[in-house]
Design a protein around this ligand. Structure first.
Ligand code: MN
Length: 424
C-alpha cells in the first residue's frame, strides 16, 4: 500500500475552537499510521424484522470510506474470525457453546432463559459467526497496536459494550472490547477505555471493576430507567479498582457544547492522572441527534470532535463502533471519524458514486442540518456539578499503577496462521 506519510498534515477543521489541542500539536506533526479492519461479511447478518440493530450500517460506512478515498491513507485488513479459544479469554465455555449451537426456531431450548436470550438479543441465523467476525477485528486491531505495527486501529463493527461473560445484553453477544483490552494488557501496563455511546458501557466497566490497570470512562444518558440502568456517578470501582471507573451521567438532549465541555476537561484530566499506555475509544453513534433509540443531540461534527480530541494525545488508539440506529447518520459519522483519524479533509457533499446513495436523500450531505430535536435537560449547573465531581475523583486516583512484567504472554492467535487473510 503506498504510503503518503510525507504529505503535509492538513487541519481537519476550519474552526478555531480546538484550544486544548494546541498543547499537543507538537506531537502530531507526523501523520499517524492507521490500520482499518473490515470483513465485508459482517454487514450481511440480520437481527430480525423490526430490530433496530442493523449490521447493514457497516456496508454503508465502508462505502462512504471508499467513496471519500480514505483507503489510500490507511492499510485495510480483512481480519481473522475470532476463535473459540480467543472468545474463552472472557466468555464462559458453555455460553460460547450455546451461541454456536442455538439456531432460530429453537424455542424449546431450556438454555434460552438461562442465557437471557430474548427480544433485545434474539436468536438470529449466524449470530455466533457474526459475533466472531466483529470480535476478530477488534482483537486483531489490539494485537497490531500491542506490537507497535500501527498508531491507530479502527474496527467499526466492534464496540459491543454490553455483552457479559455469560450472557448477551443490549444487542451484544460477545464483548470484543473486553477481549481487546485483555490483549493490550499483555504488553501495556495501563489502558484507558472511553465510551461515547448514549448507553452506559456496563459490560466493560463490570469486567474491569476490580482492576487498577484499566480506567473505564463512560459518558451516557442516565435516569428514567434508560438502558441498561447503570452508570451513576457513584459507581467508581471496588477494591484495587476503586476510583478506576468513571461515570458521566447526562440527561436527555445534551448538545455539542455541553458534551464537549464535560468531555474534554475530564478526558484530559484522566489522561494526565492515569497516563495510559493505550486508549480504546468506543464511538457508539446512538449519541447523535435523531437516533432511533438515543436521546442526545450531538451533531456529527461534535461526535467527531471527541475522536479528534482523543487522537490529539498521540497515544496508541483502538477505535471501535458501538450503538447507532439511524443508520444513514451512523455511517456518515463513522466515515467522518475515519477521515479525522487519517487526517483527511472531506467535503460536505457525499461521494456521488455510491451504491447506497438513496439512503442519504434528500440532501446527500455528510453533515445534515436536522439532527437536533430533543429538549436539552442539562443545565450548565448540572454539567458543572458532574464535571467537578469527576475531576475531584481523578485527583484522588492513587497514582498510575506500574506493573512488573515478568513473562509476557504470547499473542492471542498465531499471526502466521492468519497472514493470508490480510489484503493490503
Ligand atoms: Mn448504545
Amino acid at each position: 500500500m503506498p504510503s503518503d506519510e510525507q504529505q503535509q498534515q492538513q487541519p481537519i477543521f476550519e474552526g478555531g475552537h480546538f484550544s486544548l489541542l494546541e498543547n499537543h500539536s507538537n506531537l502530531s506533526e507526523a501523520r499517524s499510521k492507521v490500520f482499518y479492519f473490515h470483513n465485508p461479511q459482517v454487514s450481511n447478518y440480520h437481527y430480525g424484522i423490526g430490530h433496530p440493530m442493523k449490521p447493514h450500517r457497516l456496508a454503508l460506512t465502508h462505502s462512504l470510506v471508499l467513496g471519500y478515498d480514505l483507503h489510500h491513507r490507511m492499510t485495510i485488513f480483512n481480519p481473522h474470525i475470532a476463535t473459540r479459544e480467543e472468545l474463552a479469554h472472557f466468555h464462559s465455555e458453555d455460553y460460547i457453546e450455546f451461541l454456536k449451537r442455538t439456531m432460530p426456531g429453537d424455542s424449546s431450548n431450556p438454555d434460552l432463559a438461562r442465557f437471557n436470550i430474548g427480544d433485545d438479543c434474539p436468536i438470529f441465523e449466524g449470530m455466533h459467526q457474526f459475533s466472531s467476525i466483529y470480535t476478530g477485528g477488534s482483537l486483531e486491531g489490539a494485537l497490531k497496536i500491542k506490537n507497535g505495527e500501527c498508531d491507530i486501529a479502527i474496527n467499526w463493527s466492534g464496540g459491543l459494550h454490553h455483552a457479559k461473560k455469560n450472557e448477551p445484553s443490549g444487542f451484544c453477544y460477545t464483548n470484543d472490547i473486553v477481549l481487546a483490552i485483555l490483549e493490550l494488557l499483555k504488553t501495556f501496563p495501563r489502558v484507558l477505555y472511553i465510551d461515547i455511546d448514549v448507553h452506559h458501557g456496563d459490560g466493560v466497566q463490570e469486567a474491569f471493576y476490580l482492576s487498577d490497570r484499566v480506567l473505564t470512562m463512560s459518558f451516557h444518558k442516565y435516569g428514567n430507567g434508560f438502558f441498561p440502568g447503570t452508570g451513576d456517578l457513584s459507581e467508581i470501582g471496588v477494591k484495587r479498582g476503586k476510583f478506576f471507573s468513571i461515570n458521566v451521567p447526562l440527561r436527555n438532549g445534551v448538545d455539542d457544547a455541553g458534551y464537549l465541555y464535560v468531555f474534554k476537561s475530564t478526558v484530559q484530566a484522566a489522561i494526565e492522572s492515569f497516563r495510559p499506555s493505550a486508549i480504546v475509544l468506543q464511538c457508539g453513534a446512538d449519541s447523535l441527534g435523531c437516533d432511533r433509540l438515543g436521546t442526545f443531540n450531538l451533531s456529527i461534527r461534535g461526535h467527531g470532535e471527541c475522536v479528534a480530541f482523543v487522537k490529539s494525545f498521540c497515544i496508541p488508539l483502538l477505535v471501535l463502533g458501538g450503538g447507532g440506529y439511524t443508520i444513514r447518520n451512523v455511517s456518515r459519522c463513522w466515515a467522518y471519524e475515519t477521515a479525522i483519524l487519517v487526517d483527511a479533509q472531506v467535503s460536505n457533499d457525499l461521494p456521488p458514486e455510491n451504491e447506497y446513495r438513496e439512503f442519504f436523500a434528500p440532501d446527500y450531505k455528510l453533515h445534515p442540518n436536522t439532527l437536533n430535536k430533543i429538549d436539552n435537560m442539562n443545565s450548565r449547573t448540572y454539567l458543572d456539578a458532574v464535571r467537578i465531581s469527576v475531576l475531584e475523583r481523578l485527583r484522588y486516583l492513587p497514582g498510575a499503577p506500574s506493573v512488573q512484567m515478568q513473562q509476557v504472554p504470547g499473542d492471542a492467535f498465531d499471526l502466521q496462521l492468519h497472514s493470508s487473510d490480510s489484503e493490503e
